[in-house]
Design a protein around this ligand. Sequence first.
Ligand code: ACO
Length: 385
Amino acid sequence: MSSTSATATADAQPKPNGLEGVVAASTALSHVYGDEGKLVYRGYDIHELAGKASFEEVAYLLWIGHLPTQAELDEFTGKLGQNRTLPDAVVTALRALPANTPPMDALRTGVSMLGATMTDLFDEVPDQDEAVALAARFPAILAAFHRLRQGEEPIAGRPDLNTAQNYLYQLFGTEPEERHWQPLETYLVLLADHGLNASTFAARVIASTESDLCSAITGAIGALKGPLHGGAPSKVLDMLNEIGSVDNVERWLTDALDRGDRLMGFGHRVYKAEDPRAEILRGMAERASDPDFFALSKTTEDRALALLDERKPGRKLYTNVEFYSAAVLAAVGLPGDMFTATFAVSRSVGWTAHVLEQLDNNRLIRPQSQFAGEIGKTFVPIAER
Ligand code: ACO
């Protein structure tokens, strides 16, 4: 037996699918000029910072608003270095995870545990000290998880090392080589913030409810994990490994597009020109990768761009940040399944800066939906349905 119903008449104009083009927040932190292929952090074009500024200087810039003086930087790096220890409860939780847990799930769990256990620090009102204390612990959580899943014990962070060096040190337990930590540092600079991307929006929505910092950042980690956002670079590596050789590029890409698959590392919601980070990462990959692997990546990129232009004319699909992130992070020595989590190490700065900015002038983020369901139904008791 069915009840009578009618379909609701639209009570609002349809909104752009996926909020494309909708301005949903105001920020002074960073901006993506999609048509020009330009990215700006607090007034600095990314080309001004990449390879010149340290990750710590960029974190200071995003959190505090200006590039630090030497004295300010010394004090700030000291603070970061003192925040690399994990409470026993967090290590115990990471130890309990199965070895095949995706690192992003381990990171999400670790951040959530930090919020639940470091209650003196992470109280109800996020502030600057919480942002530093949380972001500084991202590498420690990931390194501890990576060692535990291999049957090794976590090792303490070293306050004398910078973020990139310390991350590699805590992961592998050896003094990091410059050819590894330097590209990693530039990678961390490039990925630190990126306008109102999906994970940052998620963090701002949660913060706008006056929830706590760890809850907002746990939500952001969940959003970053998906392949349409930060989950692509390990899939790029899988794709390149599957392609295997330059001779196989054309056939592999054609088959993938014939199946209707998306090519990982291409396309972007905002960039309708080349992503400037992709351009910088391409150069880094050329210098840091094995020449055969770079040749495979470059041939794949060239053919993918040509095929996408042929099959999706007018869509302006270019190489995005994830494509050469794969080659750079592999050359740094990171396992493929740690790529997205390493992206999160960098983006933790942008996320927390956005949470603080949101709270500076907060109003609950609560949009409307256009109702497309039925109305007017009458309740039918269960025995009569
Ligand atoms: N491969 C094949 N086709 C693509 C790709 C791709 N990588 N990207 C977009 N398209 C096609 C779509 O199929 C669609 O075609 P249609 O109009 O014929 O249906 C058209 O281009 C427009 O695509 P949309 O999905 O509307 O674009 P949107 O702005 O929603 O997507 C996204 C952006 C999710 C990044 C998309 O380009 C994609 O899926 N890329 C592959 C995954 C990836 O690289 N993710 C990392 C993104 S970077 C980051 O977030 C850090």
